[in-house]
Design a protein around this ligand. Sequence first.
Ligand code: ATP
Length: 245
Amino acid sequence: RIEIHDRIHSTNSHLLEIARSSGDSGVVCLAEQQTGGRGRRGRQWVSPFGHNVYLSILWRFQSGPAGLNGLSLAMGVAVVRALRTLGIAEVGLKWPNDIYWRQRKLAGILIEVGGESGGPCHAVMGLGLNVFLPSRHAAAIDQAWVDLQAILADDAHALRNRLTAELLNHLLPALAEFESLTLAHFLDEWRSYDCMLHRPASVFLGEQRFDGEVAGVDAQGLLLLRQANGEIRAFASGEVSLRQS
Ligand code: ATP
């Protein structure tokens, strides 16, 4: 089922409500505008009307929430696959949930999980992708960003419907693949798109900051940071932010 809204608070919040009040799965929500678009840890996803992709999918899993570590990595791979079918190359992934083009943020993924621990659970996978973001809306973005209009130097808006179809054609099968084949199925591909590998970076965990060089991701999808003393430290995505330093 695909819902298309003109204006909505947040496509993720809408599907989380549907998850609470029904047993539905495979529901897609698209919107022209989000008035309360969210990133991780309550940060804002800038979501003006009319040109971009704001897309969420509700999916129910047989496994408990613990099995969903690494889902945002798998979804990132699916987004890159979709972009590549449209000839958009030089796209990279930044752990755990961002899609970059030449060191500028093109899209972000937000996974929100609900359900009993141990029992079946549901996840809402949200994607915000810039097709055309007029710069007057971008003042709230505190990092380098890009949209498809700039990448293609063309009328990217005309691509939006095809792009959305390709995204769904890749994201929905990837959810099923993740459930049966786990993160292992996506890891080599994710690593081939890792745009932070070997780069100096800082990891922020609450008030703490860790500096080092990105050494990749492990089999569970944890970020590996090599610190100045040579020690490798692993970070889970939950409360961590990674920035190039
Ligand atoms: P970081 O990007 O530092 O790793 P994060 O992964 O926690 O942080 P997200 O949840 O992906 O961040 O999204 C929120 C952040 O993304 C905002 O704080 C802002 O810096 C940036 N942002 C917000 N809207 C957009 C947009 N439309 N395009 C690109 N970047 C955006």
